[in-house]
Design a protein around this ligand. Structure first.
Ligand SMILES: [Zn+2]
Length: 406
């Protein structure tokens, strides 16, 4: 028997406030946003049935704040840095959580502990913020985040207390992600957050708030797709371990990877390049299957003269191996391939062989009505954000690195 989905909204609107004061208990999602939430629940398959009661039967629904901010804007209950509760990052520049509101979040965590959900879905920026400290919903929606649960006391640990939750020494293990002792890649930097043996990580999928969708209807399909991911995670039909990516391979490891690909000639191979147009350089090239991936760097600002490879001979060998990999008969998957193909040919003189599928073209022809940018397409089909958003040390300059978190 599954535990309920744990759904978190932001704060009360007009109807929620009325209803909550009338009934004497918090009544989240009862107004217009509530009607759209019901649509989302039905469309994502989380809810079944006709009535609101039926549709919400498999859910526990709450808010980050059980109160109504002025003009329904969470910013209006936040304070400047010097009055903010220490250790909790800003919601937006200059907007911090006042200590007076901390009990709201502690109430939220105690609800988590009593419901003990397998999957959490947050609606809107401040709901995501209350459980992760993050608030860039535009870039984070649809990707798997995690809330930590102590394996010893079995409690959900507020994100600002994770590093100090030392009173509990793990006596039992199990259910952990990452860092497996037998994993040969464990010593390397890995894509995504590292698991921790003291905590079990409970998946959280952020999506837009229905009140926002009512004003910006074009994101409705994104929200349905985000919530569908939440359902698939609970059904055990989604990957919860990020793919292991080796971002700093040796020549021997590239050679080994070529052999692996030669032995699986039918495995679709994703190819992607990162470029630095101002230096007219390809900084690295990623190749991977659904099992494992390798990023072959060429430029590296941490090495002498920005060269990842120590000698010309090594760089030539890396390029030769790359040429052999790109010439393998495996089907290739690229996003916006004309860009990559032109760069590969112009800078390295490389061509790609084998059938080629372009995900941007495929998405544009299959779903004409949806946005087709890499970020939008990736948020529909992937469970984890692009690895480069975790790891930026290979940028040749900080220019062009502004997006995210603003
Ligand atoms: Zn504990």
């Amino acid at each position: 028997m599954h535990k309920p989905f744990f759904l978190v909204g932001e704060a009360w609107g007009e109807r929620e406030e009325e209803e909550s004061l009338k009934t004497g208990r918090p009544s989240p999602f009862v107004g217009p946003s509530g009607r759209l939430l019901d649509v989302l629940l039905r469309s994502s398959g989380i809810g079944v049935g006709e009535t609101r009661e039926d549709l919400r039967k498999s859910c526990f629904i709450t808010n980050a704040f059980n109160l109504r901010p002025n003009n329904n804007k969470v910013e209006n209950i936040l304070v400047e840095k010097k009055f903010g509760y220490p250790g909790i990052p800003a919601f937006k520049p200059g907007k911090y959580l006042p200590e007076a509101l901390l009990p709201e979040w502690l109430r939220l965590y105690s609800e988590l502990n009593s419901v003990n959900p397998e999957v959490i879905i947050t609606f809107g920026n401040s709901a995501l913020w209350s459980l992760t400290g993050q608030s860039a919903i535009r870039t984070r929606h649809g990707y798997t985040h995690f809330v930590k649960k102590c394996v010893s006391c079995e409690k959900f640990i507020p994100f600002w207390l994770v590093s100090t939750h030392a009173g509990c020494l793990a006596t039992s293990m199990g259910g952990k992600r990452g860092d497996e002792p037998n994993n040969p890649d464990a010593k390397r930097p890995v894509w995504g957050e590292k698991g921790d043996q003291k905590f079990r990580e409970i998946p959280l999928i952020p999506t837009y708030h229905p009140a926002f969708l009512l004003r910006t209807y074009k994101w409705l399909p994104s929200s349905i797709s985000d919530m569908t991911k939440g359902r698939k995670i609970r059904e055990g039909r989604a990957p919860l371990d990020p793919l292991r990516l080796n971002p700093e391979p040796t020549l021997a490891e590239i050679r080994e990877f070529r052999e692996y690909l030669r032995n699986s000639p039918k495995a679709p191979m994703a190819v992607d390049i990162e470029t630095s147009p101002e230096y007219r350089a390809i900084t690295c090239i990623g190749v991977g299957t659904s099992e494992k991936a390798l990023c072959i760097p060429f430029a590296d600002p941490n090495k002498p003269e920005y060269n990842y490879w120590g000698t010309v001979a090594e760089e030539v060998e890396a390029l030769t191996l790359l040429r052999e990999i790109l010439n393998l008969p495996n089907p290739k998957v690229l996003h916006n391939s004309p860009y990559d193909l032109i760069w590969l040919r112009a800078i390295f003189g490389l061509e790609i062989k084998g059938p080629l599928i372009d995900t941007m073209v495929a998405h544009a022809s299959t779903y004409q009505e949806l946005p087709h940018s890499l970020a939008d397409v990736a948020s529909v089909f992937l469970y984890f954000p692009p690895w480069k958003s975790f790891w930026k040390s290979r940028k040749l300059s900080e220019e062009g690195d502004k997006e995210e978190d603003k």
